[in-house]
Design a protein around this ligand. Structure first.
Ligand code: BGC
Length: 738
């Protein structure tokens, strides 16, 4: 659509300009008909359209039937950028045909705790994985001339007090963990819009955080689209305009528009500042198309949802019971056999086009026992029937998971466990039947105290409306599981990185675990997990070989390629996910996670086939955020390139030297002797003094470890302390510094 922006800026009244800065209602922006500026419609997001069109007494009712694709947590487990593209393509087409100009998603908040009620919408505990997958989704949606709103910018890690909680996060952690996924998507896929989060970061609401919305997002990363508020996230509107928040949603009944007008009138906001925002809004409006396109083929999109569910499912355990030859004499039991749980509660909730349950798609399954999902609906009679039928069955498939009210937008989970009656069901069934398969429906990790008692576990996460048929395809081997965990499943809640802080304080959150989130934490502590990050099985087997690097040294501005061969060594066709991690070098300036994911690739291989997978390593593969210098820094050292099939199964390894241009080096009187020695430079006069200091202080009154103590003390000692411990005048010391 064409809009003449300079003309419009010259002809819009101040009130009209202020009006454009907020929504007309929940889903529409305001039109200015006299100047040909249309309304724009936005819709949630992220894994389907929750488009509301009908109004009764001025309020929206219901939402249109749409395809419910697997949720973010499920899709991320595919580790498949092509699949995310396919889903994005379908969503873009749907949005075009429904007249939706911008989809409110994807949501790329990094999972700080498995308890976050909205984890089912988010992708991963790893920012690189989240960013790469989301970029594919965004590019595919936007290819339809439909925008996305990448959300929730930033650090919306909990639902408890989400609209006001103050997150205390150091800059390095923010950059490395909570901003990286956004950065990747902004740079790679150019989303039309971002949605700011509700929470505060270090005291400032995201909706008025200038550093975040302008400094980092626009000036550093080059975002040229708009930023909209999360629904009701605006605190001080005029501060928001100055900070770079363009659109307030859903609006404030004109209250904040009036504040904008007033601010321009009393000169606390300049017309230039307002025009900048209005110009951005107009170019966003102009990006959309005028007319909705033809209806899309819902059946075809339902099949995309089915394929996506198949390719996202994770086979967590298989003592060779799967795949089944047929469903003959197989018993389906559990709360979700007939009514799968396939999506979560809140703004992402879809009025699904059609839901496939596992029972209806399983020819030969004669029995399915509905079962209470928690203590409120516990059904003793059904439990008894299930146990007596289980004795006679060839195998039993148990459909377990978290009930709807256990995880949703708006509140956090309290425990990792499934409702106790479900764990009890597994115990009863496994006591009479050796061949038990558990199928899981949940949006974030659950504990599995029965893991060793069952023969197979197939994790469908919240797999969208076609999850039932997809499950049957996988159980029968019509599809081969290829998902890998995009988050760690911990053994205990107490093991999780932010256990001591998460949702405990009502208004303040302290990110004391720093960059040690997810596998970065468990690896550093060498902790066992129930299932590690990146883990998942297949019905076939693969082997990896011949890791080779294109260079043995990485230098700034260059890339290094890593190639590896992967072979399908089993008897079925299947897909393998090859994962590449970079292991930290020794003796770095800051504490770093033992290893970090820096590449992944999903490869389809016919049985017996071999393919070569190629990864590109660049500066960010090695860099950490240097708070002092305020930049990314790939510090020199010898880094490990680890390749394998899960974060805890990395059989191939190579070393890569990172060469770093010398940093500007100025000797100051507050620098420590340790820093001098580690600088790689020589300072003979000072070294001589250090030697004298060491020998001159062999003081046995300090105890056995005197020498060691003095050495350590010296390393941590600022140079100016020399005057306290050595017969040196301050003038002599200054001369020495020179
Ligand atoms: C959610 C957003 C959502 C918006 C509109 C908010 O409460 O946090 O993710 O897009 O509502 O439904």
């Amino acid at each position: 659509m064409k809009l003449d922006i300079p003309y419009l800026l010259a002809h819009l009244t101040l009130e009209e300009k202020a009006g454009l800065c907020s929504g007309e209602d929940s889903w529409l922006t305001k039109a200015v008909e006299r100047l040909g500026i249309p309304h724009v419609m936005v819709s949630d997001g992220p894994h389907g359209l929750r488009t509301q069109k009908e109004k009764v007494n001025g309020s929206y009712v219901g939402s249109i039937p749409s395809i419910c694709f697997p949720t973010g947590a499920a899709l991320a487990s595919s580790y498949d950028t092509a699949l995310l593209s396919k889903v994005g393509d379908a969503l873009g087409e749907e949005a075009r045909s429904e007249g939706v100009q911008t989809i409110l998603g994807p949501a790329v908040n990094v999972k700080r705790s498995p308890l976050c009620g909205r984890n089912f919408e988010y992708l991963s505990e790893d920012p690189y994985l989240s960013g790469k997958l989301a970029s594919s989704y965004v590019k595919a949606v936007q290819a339809h001339q439909v925008g996305v709103s990448l959300k929730h910018f930033a650090a919306n890690s909990q639902e408890t007090m989400r609209m006001s909680v103050n997150e205390h996060i150091d800059e390095r952690t923010l950059r490395e963990i909570y901003l990286t996924a956004f950065e990747l998507v902004v740079k790679e896929a150019k989303p039309w819009t971002l949605m700011c989060s509700y929470n505060r970061i270090n005291g400032t609401y995201s909706s008025e955080n200038r550093e975040l919305l302008t400094g980092i997002l626009r000036d550093e990363w080059g975002h040229d689209g708009i930023v909209m508020s999360d629904w009701g996230a605006v605190n001080r509107r005029v501060d928001g305009i100055k900070a770079g928040l363009d659109l307030e949603m859903p609006g404030s009944n004109g209250n904040n528009d009036r504040k904008i007008v007033q601010a321009v009138k009393d000169s606390s906001l300049s017309m230039e500042e307002l025009d900048k925002v209005v110009a951005r809004l107009l170019s966003w409006i102009a990006k959309g198309v005028e007319k909705a396109s033809a209806p899309y083929d819902k059946e075809a999109h339902h099949l995309v949802a089915r394929e996506a569910a198949q390719r996202s499912a994770i086979l967590l355990k298989n003592d060779s019971l799967l795949p089944l030859d047929s469903f003959k004499d197989v018993l389906f039991v559990g709360p979700f056999a007939k009514h799968p749980r396939y999506q979560g509660g809140g703004s992402s909730h879809i009025n699904s086009y059609r839901v496939d349950d596992a029972f209806s798609f399983a020819p030969g399954v004669e029995w399915t026992i509905g079962m209470g999902e928690d203590s409120a609906s516990r059904d003793e009679k059904a439990m008894e029937t299930a146990v007596s039928l289980a004795k006679k069955a060839k195998a039993v498939v148990l459909f377990l998971g978290l009930p709807d009210k256990y995880e949703s937008e708006g509140y956090d989970r309290k425990v990792l466990s499934l409702p106790p009656c479900q764990d009890e069901l597994v115990n009863h069934i496994t006591s009479v039947q050796p061949h038990v398969i558990v199928v899981l429906h949940h949006g974030s990790p659950v504990s599995m105290p029965w893991k060793d008692k069952v023969e197979a576990i197939l994790d469908m996460y919240l797999g969208g409306e076609a999850v039932g048929s997809a499950t049957d395809d996988l159980l029968l081997g019509k599809a081969n599981p290829s998902g890998r965990l995009a988050e760690t499943i911990p053994l205990r809640l107490e093991d999780t990185p932010c256990f001591g802080d998460f949702a405990r304080g009502r208004h303040e959150a302290f990110y004391g675990e720093g960059v040690f989130v997810g596998y970065r934490w468990y690896d550093d502590r060498k902790m066992d997990t129930l299932f590690p990050f990146g883990y998942g099985l297949s019905y076939t087997t693969f082997s990896l070989s011949a890791l080779r690097l294109s260079a043995s040294v990485w230098k700034k501005g260059e890339t290094v390629q890593a190639n590896v061969d992967v072979t399908n060594t089993g008897v079925r066709d299947g897909e393998e996910v090859v994962e590449l991690y970079v292991r930290r070098a020794e003796g770095l300036s800051v504490a770093r996670p033992p290893k970090e994911l820096k590449g992944f690739a999903k490869v389809f291989l016919k049985k017996g086939e071999t393919k070569t997978v190629n990864f590109i390593l660049d500066e960010r593969s090695f860099a950490y955020w240097d708070d002092e210098r305020h930049c990314w820094r790939a510090e020199r050292g010898s880094y490990g390139i680890l390749v394998g099939i899960s974060s805890r199964n990395l059989p191939l390894e190579a070393e890569l030297e990172v060469e770093e241009a010398p940093l500007p080096f100025v000797v100051t009187d507050t620098m420590t002797f340790g820093e001098l020695l580690h600088s790689g430079k020589r300072f003979p006069a000072l070294e001589k003094m250090m030697g004298q200091f060491m020998t001159g202080h062999d003081d046995q009154t300090l105890g056995e470890g005197a020498q060691e103590m003095i050495k350590e003390m010296m390393m941590a000692m600022p140079l100016h302390s020399l005057v306290s411990f050595m017969p040196v005048s301050y003038e002599q010391f200054l001369a020495l510094l020179q």
